[in-house]
Ligand binder design. Structure first.
Ligand code: RTP
Ligand code: MG
Length: 148
């Protein structure tokens, strides 16, 4: 089953949006298979955003993502990579539609609440960068019997 890496950025954590964001993906029907609150190091930030190294905003981006705790997650489900990107909304909240996470909660491009992998290759790379194999749990909700 397809997996993606999603992360509530420091602005989302500071604004108490972890629960809201987890709720959206749970309600949609995706499955949380890994999650942790963590402080990103300078080195990890530079690796994670390596593709933007030459961009003028790289310094600010690394400074922001290391400025406070983030909530890193792995989600599983059919087409979860592209559907999560749709649910997040456009990178610049000026253009993200109402109903999307960035459309509902963000105003500026530098503080846009959530990160999500943009392709299957990025998803594999980012999951491996943030999580050890033993930190991911695969399970079948249909097999859980104590809620009936
Ligand atoms: P992300 O990687 O954080 O999920 O965001 P994204 O794919 O939608 O956008 P991407 O192009 O990968 O850009 C990464 C982050 O860099 C910041 N950014 N700032 N000042 C600017 O013009 C600018 N452009 C991008 C945003 O915070 C974006 O999420
Ligand atoms: Mg990106």
């Amino acid at each position: 089953m397809e997996k993606t890496f999603l992360m509530v950025k420091p602005d989302g954590v500071q604004r108490n949006l972890i629960g809201e964001i987890v709720n959206r993906f749970e309600s949609k029907g995706f499955t949380l298979v890994g999650g942790k609150l963590m402080q990103i190091s300078q080195e990890l930030a530079e690796q994670h955003y390596g593709e933007h190294k030459e961009r003028p905003f790289f310094g600010e981006l690394v400074e922001f993502i290391t400025s406070g705790p983030v909530f890193a997650m792995v989600w599983e489900g059919e087409n979860v990579i592209s559907t999560a990107r749709l649910m997040m909304g456009a990178t610049n909240p000026k253009e993200s539609a109402p109903g999307t996470i960035r459309g509902d909660f963000a105003v500026t491009v530098g503080k846009n609440i959530i990160h999500g992998s943009d392709s299957p290759e990025s998803a594999v790379r980012e999951i491996n960068l943030f999580f050890k194999e033993e930190e991911l749990v695969s399970y079948d909700k249909a097999m859980v019997s104590w809620i009936n």
